[in-house]
Design a protein around this ligand. Structure first.
Ligand code: FES
Length: 191
């Protein structure tokens, strides 16, 4: 029989779901981290490949991202061509905004308005795979936490306890490229 927690989460979902423009993003099943290059976290000079969609497995360029959202899901790809998809904690969301709409902190990490965050929700680890057109924000489909992509993925609604970890970016000939590692803890991990 569901308890208070279930009711709490269900209310969030019902209240927020009405304003969502569902992004066609894929929710991956959880898998344990494995050893090897493909499981290592994103590192400087990695690029990204689309997880799904018409450009699935192709390298992400800034121009591929719709200005103003929604986000796309992607995995990092190392300079040697290894896609780092053996650890679902490496799943990233990318989005592009007018740089003047970003906070100073976010603009400092962004590359010409492109931002990158961990796609792993800090509540219970679901993929942050939805977009709210009304709120211009990322939404986790599990319990409707909402994250502000223009302001360091701060939590603006829902039960998530902290922002999504951010990656620093640069552009190399228009290709979205990692400049610095995750800003903090990814998902619900405690390290
Ligand atoms: S896992 Fe609960 S809001 Fe994301």
């Amino acid at each position: 029989m569901p308890g208070d927690d279930w009711l709490h989460c269900h209310c969030y979902r019902r209240r927020t779901i009405l304003g969502l423009a569902l992004a066609p993003l894929l929710a991956l099943p959880a898998r344990a981290a494995e050893e090897g290059e493909a499981a290592k976290p994103p590192a400087p000079d990695d690029r990204f490949v689309f997880l799904t969609g018409p450009k699935k497995e192709q390298v992400v360029r800034a121009e591929d991202l719709a200005l103003g959202g929604p986000q796309v899901q992607a995995y990092p790809i190392a300079p040697d061509g290894t896609v780092r998809n053996d650890n679902r904690l490496n799943l990233v969301i990318l989005a592009r905004f007018d740089p003047t709409a970003l906070t100073d902190e976010t603009r400092a990490r962004a590359a010409d308005g492109v931002v990158a965050y961990s796609a792993v929700c800090t509540h219970q680890g679901c993929p942050v795979n939805m977009w709210s057109k009304e709120r211009n924000a990322f939404v986790c489909s599990c319990h409707a936490s909402v994250f502000d992509p223009r302001n360091a993925a701060e939590v603006i609604d829902g039960p998530a306890p902290r922002p999504l970890a951010a990656l620093g970016l640069k552009l190399k000939d228009g290709v979205v490229t990692v400049a610095s590692t995750f800003s903090g803890r990814v998902g619900v991990t405690q390290n």
